[in-house]
Design a protein around this ligand. Structure first.
Ligand code: AHG
Ligand code: MN
Ligand code: MN
Length: 354
């Protein structure tokens, strides 16, 4: 008699692999319209990530992938070819989604509208298409950062005024894609932080870590110490403290996504404070700091400007920069304590001079 067929659990996709779309729906415990929307949006972001990862993996082999375009963006920074490629990938991917009416990115002065989506597409995608683009030409890790906000109002004057609201209430989802030795997508829709690794043979992001929590304290501190001379004395005092105590390691790659990923997985703190030349630091609130602040809070950590939670900052404009201190709760508290002490000292000094 022939043996009856038994499916092998060892090789079953269902048992071993949770894909991104299934995970999003599981997180929402719903098949309602918003859950379907978020699942579709995440899948579209994943598709953009796959396209960008593919281009990056061949960047030394194909023409016109590396180097500068010769243009500068709205922030006066030189634009790389990969910045524009990745910016366009997100646009074309979302043109087909039907869900996103508007995209706002580091590389575009004004939001980009997809008018055919606007009657039903009530979401805005904010993104940094290539974060850490100085790493592109030297084959080191880069990333993409994203946040999804619900579009409120009709925005008929195209001022994007409804985007100028705090991240705490208006970000429905946020995350990043890290293009390293493997491509990793980390996302949150407000139910924890989850990481997926791209399996290039399947073309699927597969669950790698669920409900990531950072330790309350970690050994890493990540900051461009070349700016020491430009910092407020409070930040210099913090760095002097770190230099004089055992147990700290400096780790800085020049790409926020990579440096943040290390902090998320191992603990510690990333800092980009204000400098003499850039009093609000370098990082942009809406598509760099606020999405990562959303993730870090979901993972039990903290993100602050030094005096205010990043998620409570009201943006004054689309491309607003903000100082950023982000990571493990105790490490961020320590940085804040140096900043607060300095503020108190200055208040006392001012009072004594009156
Ligand atoms: P982007 O490439 O999107 O402009 O971002 C670069 C950012 C960030 O990724 C990184 O942490 C920081 O700039 C590095 O700046 P410094 O070279 O001033 O350290
Ligand atoms: Mn960036
Ligand atoms: Mn960028």
């Amino acid at each position: 008699m022939a043996d009856s067929y038994q499916p092998s659990l060892e090789t079953s996709l269902d048992r071993d692999c949770t894909t991104l779309s299934r995970h999003v729906l599981q997180q929402l415990q719903s098949f309602g319209p918003e859950a379907q929307d978020l699942s579709t949006l995440m899948n579209r972001i994943a598709l953009a990530g796959k396209l960008i990862a593919r281009r990056l993996s061949r960047s030394g082999l194909v023409e016109d992938a590396l180097g500068f375009t010769g243009r500068t963006n709205v922030q006066g920074e030189e634009v790389k070819k990969m910045d524009l490629y990745a910016n366009d990938v997100f646009i074309s991917v979302f043109k087909q989604s039907g869900l996103v009416c508007r995209l706002a990115s580091e590389e575009m002065e004004k939001p980009y509208y997809i008018p055919e989506n606007c009657p039903i597409g009530r979401y805005t995608l904010l993104y940094d298409p290539i974060d850490g683009s100085s790493n592109v030409d030297i084959n080191l890790n880069v990333g993409s950062i994203f946040a999804i906000r619900r579009q409120t109002g009709d925005d008929l004057d195209q001022s994007a005024a409804d985007l100028l609201q705090v991240g705490r209430e208006n970000q429905l989802a946020a995350g990043y894609i890290l293009y390293g030795p493997t491509t990793v997508m980390v996302y949150s829709i407000g139910t924890g932080v989850h990481a997926f690794t791209l399996d290039p043979s399947l073309g699927e992001f597969i669950l790698a870590a669920e409900n990531i929590r950072l330790p309350d304290h970690g050994p890493n501190y990540s900051v461009n110490e070349g700016n020491f001379w430009q910092w407020d004395e409070s930040l210099r005092d913090y760095i002097r403290y770190v230099h004089r105590h055992e147990g700290y390691s400096l780790r800085y790659s020049g790409a926020l996504v990579g440096d943040f990923h290390r902090i998320l997985m191992q603990g510690g703190v990333f800092l980009y404070p204000g400098t003499l030349k850039k009093p609000n630091g370098k990082l942009r609130l809406l598509y760099e700091s606020a999405p990562l602040a959303f993730l870090v809070e979901q993972a039990g950590g903290k993100a602050t400007t030094g005096t205010e939670a990043i998620l409570d900052v009201v943006p004054g404009e689309l491309h607003q920069r903000t100082p950023l201190v982000i990571g493990s709760r105790e490490d961020v508290d320590l940085v804040e304590s140096f900043i607060q002490e300095r503020i108190r000292e200055q208040e006392v000094l001012q009072a004594s001079q009156k």
